[in-house]
Design a protein around this ligand. Structure first.
Ligand code: SAH
Ligand code: SF4
Ligand code: F3S
Length: 484
């Protein structure tokens, strides 16, 4: 997501697994995360914020003292899911009250930001509604809700939340997200993000380095730097004074992070094609820890549609960026996001998208039907594309993308790839990890179970390439190394 794996279903990155559910004296916190990786990061930080108030994460909403929904507004479906979940939670809240317990409900994230006041009307049983820039204050909001009733906090604060967040807590994970940039000033005509996340902001270099050092010290091997426009990053240099001359771009930040002891892999997402500057592209060729895989959303292969979207590049310019990246790092693989059925999109425009997909040869991609979002300029256009046309185009695009993804995976067969093992596989005795290209890799049987491999990067000979994953076996050297 785009922020690449944004999803319209709850995030797969459950947090509860990493903290024990609370003792009876501890308050139980359940967080359900929708949307992009930044919401996953934010949810983890919300748990950090609430920990001093005695909240510990639980795996289920049942019996929770506080339920937080961290929501996504990017498409209509994503936003509507929140209200159906709230319907279920209302019943649980009533059942808890009948039992003499209190269950507080808090809604954060982008739906809360976009619809705060309306949400108070539609779901008056919600205790706290807070925006993505307000969650540093969540402990206080919860206390106020307990004492005085419903709280709504969606004003963009004058001070940035990052200055008020506690030190991140160890999660026993080998991969982590780190927000480095937030908000967006691009105003693509279809997109709610500039309205829900606010203006572009870059965290200072020193803060990010300190956070990554903490994570690496806790055993994290791979960080993904996050931002709605991550490559527009321009954070204050270490010990720098305010002003352009003392700002670093993303390339320079990545070079600094590559020096952090214990950190082996760096990724970043999501990038805007016009912000791929020379230094960042050069970093792809020079920084070994920077993984050869980049999410570079193009949205459409038609110049007319791109202009209507206010994307600020033409297809030719996008392709030139791809060429420069490949010149710097020949084995780089790309992923993208696509919107089909943007207002005014003709069959010829759509055919141009299919051409571009073929020309670039994406390893992976996400594609969506255009969803008109209230308050965005494209939603008011009179030339909306019919639903059935959108659905038919999406099916054709997804078939093309799936073919490419499968052949990319099949082409990996026979290669030896470095895999960061981070979780048990689906089957007994199986262990799973990620390749440099973020492909899921399953290895079975393993020499010592997940315990022996967890958090390690080992060479794997790939034996099978599937639609969405790879299978392989540890090379002889890796088996010797991994033996407990
Ligand atoms: N900052 C990223 C994208 C963030 S939103 C970028 O500039 O590319 C993630 C993805 O959701 C977008 O890339 C786009 O493909 C999709 N998206 C955003 N708004 C949408 C809408 N109104 N309808 C359908 N898809 C949308
Ligand atoms: Fe949305 Fe465009 Fe900003 Fe991406 S660059 S977050 S698509 S407005
Ligand atoms: Fe992310 Fe969805 Fe907000 S994609 S930025 S949570 S609208």
């Amino acid at each position: 997501m785009g922020l690449a794996r944004r999803v319209e279903r709850p995030s797969k990155y459950g947090l509860a697994a990493f903290w024990p559910a609370g003792e009876s004296s501890v308050k139980k916190l359940y967080i359900k995360t929708y949307g992009c990786q930044m919401n996953v990061y934010d949810s983890a930080r919300m748990a950090d914020v609430l920990a001093p108030a005695g909240y510990a994460l639980a795996a289920e909403p049942e019996g929770a003292d506080l339920v937080v929904l961290n929501t996504c507004h990017i498409r209509e479906k994503a936003a509507e899911k929140v209200y159906s979940e709230l319907g279920r939670l209302k019943a649980q809240k009533q059942a808890a009250a009948a039992d003499g317990r209190t269950m507080l409900i808090a809604v954060g994230g982008c739906v809360a930001q976009a619809e705060g006041a309306e949400m108070r009307r539609r779901a008056p049983f919600v205790d706290v509604v807070f925006g993505p820039q307000n969650y540093h204050d969540l402990g206080d909001m919860v206390t106020r809700a307990e004492r005085q009733g419903p709280v709504l906090e969606t004003e963009f604060p004058a001070q940035v939340k990052f200055d008020h967040l506690p030190r991140p807590r160890a999660r026993g994970e080998s991969t982590a997200f780190v927000s480095v940039q937030e908000g967006c000033d691009k105003f693509c005509t279809f997109c709610v993000v500039p309205y829900t996340r606010g203006a572009e902001y870059s965290r200072p270099v020193a803060d990010i380095v300190a956070e990554v050092e903490v994570l690496a010290g806790d055993g994290v091997k791979e960080v993904t730097l996050l931002g709605q426009n991550v490559n527009a990053y321009h954070g204050a240099a270490p010990r720098g004074k305010a002003g352009k001359a003392d700002e670093w771009g993303l390339g320079r930040l990545i070079r600094a992070l590559a020096e952090v002891a214990g950190l082996a892999r760096i990724r970043y997402t999501t990038s805007h094609p016009i912000d791929m500057d020379d230094d960042l592209i050069a970093a792809h060729g020079e920084v070994e820890a920077l993984m050869p895989y980049l999410h570079l959303p193009v949205q459409s292969g038609s110049d007319a549609v791109l202009a209507g979207m206010n994307r600020r590049y033409r297809v030719e310019e996008y392709l030139a960026v791809v060429d420069r990246l490949r010149a710097a790092r020949p084995d780089i693989a790309l992923s993208s996001d696509f919107i089909v059925g943007f207002p005014g999109e003709t069959e010829d425009d759509f055919a141009a998208t299919l051409d571009l997909v073929r020309d670039v040869g994406y390893a992976q991609a996400y594609s969506f039907k255009y969803s008109a979002r209230p308050g965005t300029p494209a939603a008011d256009r009179s030339d909306q594309v019919a639903e059935d046309v959108k659905a038919e185009r999406l099916a054709r695009l997804q078939a093309a993308l799936a073919n490419l993804a499968r052949s990319f995976n099949e082409d990996c067969v026979g290669r030896v790839m470095e895999v960061l093992f981070d979780r048990p596989g689906r089957y007994r005795g199986q262990v799973a990890g990620r390749s440099p290209y973020l492909q899921a890799v399953h290895v079975t049987p393993d020499p010592g179970g997940i315990e022996a491999l967890q958090g390690r990067i080992l060479p794997v000979r790939i034996t099978e390439g599937h639609a969405n994953s790879l299978a392989g076996r540890l090379t002889g050297a890796a088996v010797r190394e991994a033996r407990p």
